[in-house]
Design a protein. Structure first.
Lengths: 350, 570
């Protein structure tokens, strides 16, 4: 049986994909070592087009316009560059200058199109590692080592910094009053929070990012609108950090950490906690079928966030206590109880 | 085995059919074949849809489900190279036909172009509303944009399809051509990034100039004018074009879909199209009007079909899975809470919805969560119910939230609350999730589909009598007598009540109904009716709560909802 899986792995070899939002230029070579702040690729982020109705302005037929042009498609133009020079009767001339710096794109049915590019996007590595693969014009694959945690929900912003685990209890609520001045520049780890002031005060305190187990849905749009990265490892609500996630984070106090957004469609955002020691160990393949003995994270109430071990797989549909029918497995919880859980309600921890 | 031996063994079991339905969350593979003298669903298996990471291969989920079918049935379906064995051979090997149905691809992002919002564009939106397409921008005389602005819009929205409508046949041409000129200019930079499809379904006299303007910039398809004149609307041809493009360019672009193409003699069919075909098929069989409801993870569809055709009402941005959180853009949590038999805060409802959108495959296990998911389902279905839903004879419903309720009465109550239908009709659920598969088969094997329907692929819930007309709560709305083989008893259902009479599956009853003079059973106010009904998992439900359904004040509401659930056997 194939089920959803989640990487929550201490000390593994990690392939970090770093991808541009569009096509661009890769500026690091395969085999090159990079540091977290280093730019590995860049791209032009925005392109604007200006459409100039020149055949109307110059009162010429659209098909006559190309012959009057002084520039070729693709040519760079400056504001004031002469684009058109039209000879008229009795020695009169009509000229037209570029109104902007940019590129002459093309002439289309009597209209001249100029292209302006701006906002160069610089893609940082965010992790220390080595470039092991290029995705031409799109990005690179970096190799690094450490702990890897795929998260349930994250804002779009990315960040790197040192980890500061400020909670001793993974299910504890974090309040604005608990934000201290010495959290400046840190990536904070908290159980969960539900007050917008946490986001505001964290920004004011110079916190780089917040990792939480969960946050209520109401805060998600607010967090998304802000510039402070928020990574919720276990989803939406007030459940806090699941035990396997907390165990890894607690052991990584003060470690160099990167919060990476989804790089391609369908990918999860992830937390990479780096260590210098290399390893050949990689997370188990997510495509491995579920087997007896596999550790799973349970996703729905009343067992949400609990870790269990698969004891028996069922191929035929079973009826749950509530009367819902589903394919699933018997799993053993940490307290020794064995329960039937639908496959849909568990993720293999790999 | 030699080729000669293989040929000798070939095609012993005619028309066995394997159908894969790849949804946004799950892939269901169903095996239909002849058994005990009739076609039936022999087995089905479900696997996760594997179009996303880590698989990125639609075929993986299909392989997995097919392997599960092999285990269940002992029939060999895949060869060692994981190729489907076809046609069927002796010794329980292979299958004659393979059909694939899918809704796993995102909808076609569509830029609409037309003259007026209330004429041709309204028709175009109805086309999009019945297909896997989503409007992302609109250029019209009502919302005209300079070429520069429109170019920026197209670059931002990156549509897959430009759908141009406008003008009656033989009517004015200048204004529409002006809009198409803008499209022509603006589409250039986008066409450098991706191949753009375009459909022209406007004034047919403009086909040549439109074609000339867009030549080399888009791949242009011609469809019948959606508004050949102001009084006539023709959507079928344009809808077919949109469905074909979805199949070719969205489903066809899914990684691994080529494997399913290779197995099948036909294109992968969009699920909504296959479901609509089945609903129309049942309507023809029943010689009546059939309403189909499909609540999926990323879309919701209503199909109303009769002998003349089918009308689809669909949302591609609302569903009970990945798209569930969009419901909060349209309704407040309190609107959802009014359907709950317990109190729930706005925060609880919002958190539940967001979490479900992150883990769309999950199934609620606690009673409160089951009721909450059903309450959300009501509001999602309500978004696609047309303003004047006509009466119908049969209601077919599909989607896990409807078919996997702990008690079947919950599905009936959910549908009655969401649709608020009127009249007398039977209700059945697609308990094995095979209706699109049967729709896909119905063209080539209609007899097989009839036999499969008769062989129990549907969960027959029973009949509903939904009254219109208001009266004092507690006063009789309808009285009647029910005669079964076991005896006779009387019915008396008061205004505001929902009443269930247990009639077992297969049990028939003769019913005589006399409504209150202000109540309409569908035959005129106060007019009675004698009818024959067949029982089901729920029985005979009389819904005398009135239309529109008015929920009680908050303080009494929870008790009332609880009672309604109780009254339908939940």
């Amino acid at each position: 049986m194939l089920i959803q899986s989640r990487v929550i792995a201490p000390h593994v070899r990690i392939g970090v994909r770093r991808m541009l939002p569009g096509l661009g230029e890769i500026i690091t070579g395969v085999g090159q070592s990079v540091n977290p702040m280093q730019t590995v690729a860049r791209a032009v982020l925005s392109v604007r087009y200006r459409v100039l109705p020149l055949s109307d302005i110059l009162q010429v037929a659209p098909e006559a316009l190309p012959e009057m042009l002084l520039v070729e498609p693709g040519a760079r133009v400056k504001q004031g560059t002469l684009l058109v020079d039209k000879k008229g009767f009795l020695g009169r001339r009509q000229q037209y200058e570029s109104p902007l710096d940019g590129e002459f794109y093309r002439v289309d049915n009597g209209r001249l199109i100029l292209r302006q590019t701006s906002d160069i996007y610089e893609l940082r590595a965010l992790v220390a590692g080595q470039v092991i693969e290029h995705f031409p014009q799109r990005g690179v694959l970096l190799e690094t080592f450490g702990s890897l945690i795929q998260v349930a929900w994250a804002t779009r912003r990315e960040e790197a910094g040192l980890l500061n685990v400020v909670t001793l209890n993974p299910t504890l609520r974090f309040t604005p009053e608990q934000l201290l001045p010495d959290y400046k520049s840190a990536i904070l780890v908290v159980g969960w929070f539900d007050q917008p002031e946490v986001l505001q005060r964290a920004r004011e305190a110079g916190v780089r990012a917040i990792i939480c187990g969960s946050l209520p849905a109401e805060l998600c749009p607010l967090a998304e609108a802000g510039d402070l990265p928020v990574f919720a490892t276990d989803g939406i609500g007030r459940q806090g950090l699941s035990a396997p996630v907390f165990d890894i984070l607690r052991a990584a106090q003060g470690k160099r950490t990167a919060l990476l957004g989804a790089q391609i469609s369908g990918e999860r955002a992830q937390i990479v906690i780096q260590v210098d020691k290399k390893t050949t160990e990689a997370p188990k393949a997510a495509t491995t079928p579920l087997a007896v003995g596999q550790r799973v994270l349970l996703l729905r109430a009343p067992y949400q966030n609990q870790v269990a071990e698969v004891r028996r797989l069922y191929h035929l549909v079973q009826t749950t206590e509530s009367g819902v029918r589903a394919q699933g497995a018997d799993v053993r919880l940490a307290d020794g109880r064995t329960l039937f859980i639908p496959y849909a309600n568990m993720e293999a921890i790999i | 085995m030699t080729n000669a031996e293989e040929q000798q063994e070939a095609v012993v079991l005619p028309h066995s059919c394997l159908v894969a339905e790849c949804g946004s969350v799950n892939t269901t593979v169903s095996l239909f074949d002849e058994a005990a003298g009739s076609y039936r669903l022999l087995a089905r298996a479900i696997a996760p849809t594997t179009v996303g990471l880590p698989w990125r291969n639609l075929a993986e989920g299909v392989y997995l489900a097919v392997q599960s079918l092999e285990q269940q049935t002992g029939r060999s379906l895949l060869n060692p190279q994981r190729k489907l064995i076809t046609p069927a051979r002796q010794h329980n090997v292979g299958v004659d036909q393979f059909i694939a149905v899918s809704s796993a691809a995102p909808p076609l992002a569509t830029a609409l172009v037309g003259l007026f919002d209330d004429v041709s564009l309204a028709s175009a939106r109805r086309v999009l509303g019945s297909a896997n397409a989503q409007e992302v921008s609109c250029l019209s005389l009502d919302a005209e944009q300079e070429a520069e602005t429109y170019l920026a819009t197209l670059l931002e929205k990156e549509p897959d399809l430009i759908f141009i409508v406008g003008g009656t046949d033989g009517g004015a041409t200048k204004r529409l051509l002006h809009l198409v000129e803008t499209v022509s200019l603006a589409v250039g930079p986008l066409a450098e990034k991706k191949q753009i499809q375009a459909i022209f379904a406007g004034n047919k006299q403009l086909r040549q100039p439109v074609s000339a303007l867009l030549k080399g910039r888009v791949e242009l398809h011609m469809a019948e004018n959606v508004r050949p004149n102001l009084e006539t609307e023709r959507l079928a041809d344009a809808t077919r074009e949109v469905n074909d493009l979805y199949s070719d360019f969205k489903i066809g672009a899914l990684p691994g879909s080529s494997v399913l193409h290779d197995w099948s003699e036909q294109h992968i069919i969009p699920t909504v199209q296959a479901f609509a075909t089945l609903v129309r098929f049942v309507a023809a069989l029943q010689k009546g009007r059939v309403l189909g409801v499909d609540l999926g993870g990323s879309s919701v569809s209503l199909v109303m079909a009769d002998a003349h055709g089918a009308q689809i009402y669909r949302r591609n941005d609302l569903g009970i899975g990945q798209m569930i959180s969009n419901v909060l853009n349209e309704v407040e949590p309190a609107t959802i809470a009014r359907w709950l038999p317990f109190a729930a805060s706005d925060e609880e409802i919002r958190d539940f919805i967001w979490q479900k959108s992150l883990q769309p495959q999950t199934i609620p296990l606690m009673e409160e969560e089951i009721y909450l998911e059903q309450a959300i389902a009501r509001e999602i279905i309500r978004r696609v119910v047309p303003a004047n839903l006509p009466p119908f004879d049969v209601l077919l419903a599909r989607g896990q939230t409807l078919t996997n309720t702990p008690r079947p009465g919950q599905a009936v109550l959910l549908l009655l609350d969401a649709l608020q239908p009127t009249g007398i009709f039977s209700v059945a659920l697609d308990k094995y999730g095979v209706l699109p598969a049967l729709g896909a088969m119905s063209g080539s094997q209609p007899l097989a589909v009839v036999q499969a329907l008769e062989a129990g692929v549907l969960a027959d819930l029973g009949w509903v009598i939904a009254l219109t007309g208001k009266g004092q709560a507690g006063e009789s709305a309808v009285k009647g007598s029910v005669e079964t083989a076991e005896g006779q008893f009387n019915l008396d259902v008061a205004h505001g009540q929902i009443d269930t009479t247990v009639l077992g599956a297969g049990q028939t009853a003769s019913i005589s109904l006399t409504p209150d003079k202000r109540v309409d059973l569908g035959f005129g106010s106060g007019k009675g009716k004698k009818l024959s009904v067949r029982g089901g998992l729920v029985g005979l439900v009389v819904d005398a709560r009135g239309r529109p359904l008015l929920l009680p004040e908050p303080e009494q509401r929870i008790e009332q909802i609880r009672k309604w659930y109780w009254d339908v056997g939940s």
